[in-house]
Design a protein around this ligand. Sequence first.
Ligand SMILES: [Zn+2]
Ligand SMILES: [Zn+2]
Length: 145
Amino acid sequence: MKIEHEEIRKMFYDKCADKRLKITPQRSLIFDELSKATDHPTADAIYKRVRKTLSNISFDTVYRTLLSFTEIGIVNLVEGTGEQKRFEPNLHQHHHFRCIKCHTIYDFENDAYNDIAVPKAVQKQGVIINKRVVLEGICSKCKGK
Ligand SMILES: [Zn+2]
Ligand SMILES: [Zn+2]
C-alpha cells in the first residue's frame, strides 16, 4: 500500500515535469487529497477537504487545478451524467456500479469486462482507448431504506 502511494506520487511528479505543470504546494495537496479519495468526489468535495489544510484556498483554484490534472492525464473524469463533474483518481482499468438513489459510484474489477469486444460499428466510429462498463442499480445501503 505504501509503495503504491509512492508510485502514485512519482507518477504525479513525472507527469507534471513532462507537461511543464509547476508543482506548487496547493497542487500537491489537491493531488494528495484526490488520490486518497475512493468516492469519485466532485470539485466541491475536494475543495472542502483541501480547505482543512489550506484555509484560504479558493474553490476556483481547486477547480482549475483538477481540470489541469485531467488535461495532463493524471486524473480522469467520470463519464458525464448531467450531474456535477466527478473526478477519478483510479487510473487502473476498472468498472463502475452506480447507485441511482445515492449516486455513489462503486469501483470493481472484472477480467471479462476488460476483454469485452468492441462492436464493428463502434470501431468504424473511432479508436477506443478505454473500456468501462457502467452498471446502474440500487446499492445495498439504499435497498434497506
Ligand atoms: Zn445507494
Ligand atoms: Zn472509478
